[in-house]
Ligand binder design. Structure first.
Ligand SMILES: Nc1ncnc2c1ncn2[C@@H]1O[C@H](COP(=O)(O)OP(=O)(O)O)[C@@H](O)[C@H]1O
Ligand SMILES: [Mg+2]
Length: 268
């Protein structure tokens, strides 16, 4: 198999005495989509924060394209191609949708140069931004201030800003949370299309098991900060830990709904 694009080795962070992510080792390869599942508080978002550099690890390592990036901050990791949707925290509320994406494109390109060349390059940045907006179905809202968007459209904009940085690693943390039913397919289709390109390394935290089933090549289960299952979806879903948790559950059941005691019994 090819070298992993992204890898964590015994990755750990402690808040006080509590290990929110506890010795997690996993490797992720180009052209794959891995779903990270587990009950609320399992450490999924914290794991993403450790990989993208928002949080500094207490112990363990993060490798990106074979390079140890454990000591690098989030901006340096983003420059190396690590993309993370930030759950709305990086939107400029008073700027238009297009300006939000244009700024991200510009940041990626580097803003240097004299005024005249800046001005001509600005048109290129806007063109790229327009294309990104089309890919998330937001082109019609290009002149709307970010603050005036619906929740679903804000999330699409968030994804657009990530895409503008042309990442080869993409992390989606519950990308459809809070979206209305008719908005969900746009994001799922986008993730599906990104996967179909076959070159990106995609990580997806998602509670809806039907979504996980339809998109994931692999499922990693976190519980109490620990990796408790990792493998092909059919295999992981059939594993005792997940089997016990899911058995007899209705199709719409989310991992979040799962009773912790069931997982605890299955695991321990
Ligand atoms: N900055 C923080 N300070 C203290 N505890 C935190 C912090 N971030 C997360 N935690 C704790 O880490 C655990 C995992 O949280 P989180 O990664 O958000 O879980 P998940 O995304 O799986 O729901 C939780 O117990 C949470 O309270
Ligand atoms: Mg979370």
């Amino acid at each position: 198999m090819s070298h992993p694009v992204l890898e964590t080795r015994e990755l750990t962070i402690r808040f006080g005495g509590h290990a929110a992510v506890d010795g997690v080792s996993a490797a992720f390869h180009a052209g794959t989509l891995t779903a990270i599942v587990g009950p609320n508080g399992a450490g999924k978002t914290t794991y993403f924060n450790l990989m993208s550099g928002q949080l500094a690890a207490t112990a363990g390592r993060v490798l990106l394209d074979g390079v140890d990036v454990t000591g690098l901050g989030p901006a340096a990791r983003a420059r190396r191609g690590m993309g993370r949707a930030f759950q709305l925290t990086n939107l400029f509320p008073n700027l238009s949708v297009l300006e939000n994406v244009r700024l991200a494109v510009q940041a990626r390109a580097g803003g240097g140069g004299d005024l005249l060349s800046l001005w001509s390059r600005r048109r290129d940045w806007i063109e790229i931004a327009e294309r990104v907006l089309e890919s998330v179905n937001l082109a019609n809202a290009r002149h709307t201030p970010a603050a005036a968007l619906s929740h679903g459209d804000k999330r699409k904009l968030d994804v657009a800003i990530m895409m503008a940085l042309e990442p080869h690693v993409l992390m989606f943390d519950e990308p459809t949370a809070g979206m209305s039913v008719d908005e969900v397919p746009v994001i799922l289709d986008l993730i599906h299309a990104l996967k179909a390109e076959g070159t990106r390394t995609i990580l997806l935290v998602e509670h809806k098991m039907d979504v996980v089933r339809s998109l994931a090549d692999r499922i990693v289960v976190l519980h109490n900060g620990r990796l408790v299952a990792d493998g092909e979806p059919a295999e992981v879903i059939a594993s005792p830990i997940v089997q016990e948790a899911y058995l007899g559950m209705p199709a719409r059941t989310t991992v979040q709904d799962l009773a912790s005691p069931a997982l605890e019994r299955a695991h321990g």
